[in-house]
Write a protein that binds this ligand. Structure first.
Ligand SMILES: Cc1cc2nc3c(=O)[nH]c(=O)nc-3n(C[C@H](O)[C@H](O)[C@H](O)COP(=O)(O)OP(=O)(O)OC[C@H]3O[C@@H](n4cnc5c(N)ncnc54)[C@H](O)[C@@H]3O)c2cc1C
Length: 399
């Protein structure tokens, strides 16, 4: 790894500049460095190192088998497991008691449906791989000041006065992407009429292997198991209600959880909470000249099925496979046709998942009696749908 000196007024030349070294940007940087390209990662904030006795982070993700395969290819998965991760083997969702849809790993013949992992630990494991590569430069603690497209490169000016000239820029700087803005890529967006409170809890008993979610007209209530006897509760509700809940003391919040979560929740104590607004966004283009968007910079969705970063990792897999195949065939890895094919394929996949989440959100976020009957019959039908149910699960897990 090359650690660029902060403040040095140089123009660094590279093949790929990745803006944003979060989970998605770091995974893309790993794969492209492995393919032999000179990569520079520009990240505003380095992830905090891991310590065994640290409290668990609030930001966690349900990682699908397809995403695990990517992290394995990056060489990062073993490191994630050596820190903290919790496999889940069962998934259950319902609105009315007795009308649930249940999924189990054994129905698919796989050891688990996925893992719940703190976002920071995935990012850290990827950074360990980046730090071991001598073709990777990490520029930490800086942001973009300007982006200029040239004929065969992009010139990036950074907040520390340095500049980078790169053949391709990957914008993986999250939902409010500065890269997207500086590349003049528009976005269609709307706010869901819900916000979300993430609550970390210590639970009585052993590590759980089930994640469940109950739909209510105000929004879903979900439980995600975490490593050890810990869990993450997700409370979706109107933004004003979420603000009220966030302002409560831990014991007052625990009382509200007992009153409004399913009674199957084990005895618990609240250890931390934080709220997040929910916005659906889709960039109007994923590619503009030599700038390519991935992950939340390109799309955000309602997190009720935990698909956000899995879609971002899908972008990484698709783009890096195309570029690696071009390198192996000694073809240009930055050809506009290659980037156009990436955009076409990923836009279709991401829009499909966004629409599916919107359908769930709209169908379940109201109290109209006829719709209530229909959606619960739908859940019951899904429970008995056999092959179709297995297919839907395979699709969601990227199998
Ligand atoms: C409440 C909630 C629950 C969720 N649960 C799940 C789940 O269970 N499963 C799932 O798959 N997804 C989930 N998601 C979605 C998931 O968190 C996101 O899709 C994922 O974090 C996107 O990763 P990313 O790397 O694209 O962006 P980010 O995680 O936002 O990373 C962007 C990185 O870029 C850096 N950065 C930003 N701006 C700049 C700049 N100008 N210059 C340099 N660096 C910059 C940031 O510091 C950050 O490191 C959830 C989201 C929410 C809100």
């Amino acid at each position: 790894m090359i650690n660029a000196e902060p403040g040095a007024a140089t123009v660094l030349e590279c093949d790929i500049a990745v803006v944003g070294g979060g989970m998605v940007g770091a995974a893309a940087a790993c794969r492209l460095a492995q393919a032999g390209l000179r990569v520079c990662v520009i990240e505003a904030q380095a992830p905090q190192p891991f310590a065994v006795d640290q409290p668990l982070d609030l930001r966690v993700s349900a990682i699908s088998p397809a995403s695990i395969a990517l992290l394995q290819d990056c060489g990062a998965w073993a490191s994630v497991l050596s820190m903290r991760a919790c496999p889940y083997r069962r998934l259950e969702t319902w609105e009315l008691d007795g009308m649930a849809t249940r999924f189990a790993a054994e129905q698919l013949g796989v050891p688990e449906l996925g893992f719940i992992v703190e976002n920071r630990l995935i990012q850290l494991a990827l950074w360990q791989q980046l730090q071991a590569q001598d073709t990777v430069t990490l520029k930490v603690g800086v942001t973009l000041s300007a982006l200029e497209q040239e004929a065969d490169a992009v010139l990036l000016r950074l907040s520390d006065g340095c500049s980078i000239r790169s053949r391709l820029v990957l914008g993986a700087d999250g939902a409010n992407s500065q890269t997207r803005r500086l590349a003049h890529i528009g976005v269609s967006q709307w706010d869901y009429r819900q916000a979300c409170l993430l609550i970390n809890v210590d639970i009585a008993g052993e590590q759980q292997d089930i994640t469940w979610q109950q739909f209510t007209p105000a929004g879903p209530r979900a439980f995600l198991p975490l490593a050890g006897s810990h869990g993450s509760l997700v409370w979706y509700d109107a933004p004003e209600r979420i603000r009220e809940l966030e302002a409560l003391s831990p014991s007052q919040l625990a009382d509200q959880i007992r009153a409004h979560f399913p009674s199957r929740l084990p005895e618990f104590c609240v250890t931390g909470c934080g709220s997040f607004p929910l916005t659906r966004r889709h960039a109007l283009h994923y590619v503009s000249g030599r700038v390519v968007l991935l992950g939340d910079a390109a799309h955000t969705i309602h997190p009720l099925a935990g698909q956000g970063v899995n879609l971002g990792f899908g972008d990484v897999t698709d783009l890096c496979q195309r570029m690696t195949a071009a390198i192996e065939a000694t073809l240009p890895w930055d050809a506009s046709s290659l980037l156009g094919a990436y955009e076409k394929r990923r836009r279709r996949e991401n829009r499909l998942m966004q629409s599916a989440m919107d359908l769930f959100y709209l169908t379940f976020s109201n109290d109209l009696p006829p719709l209530r009957v229909i959606r619960n019959l739908g859940l019951m039908a899904a429970e008995h749908a056999g092959v179709l149910k297995r297919r839907a699960l395979r699709y969601a897990l990227g199998l």
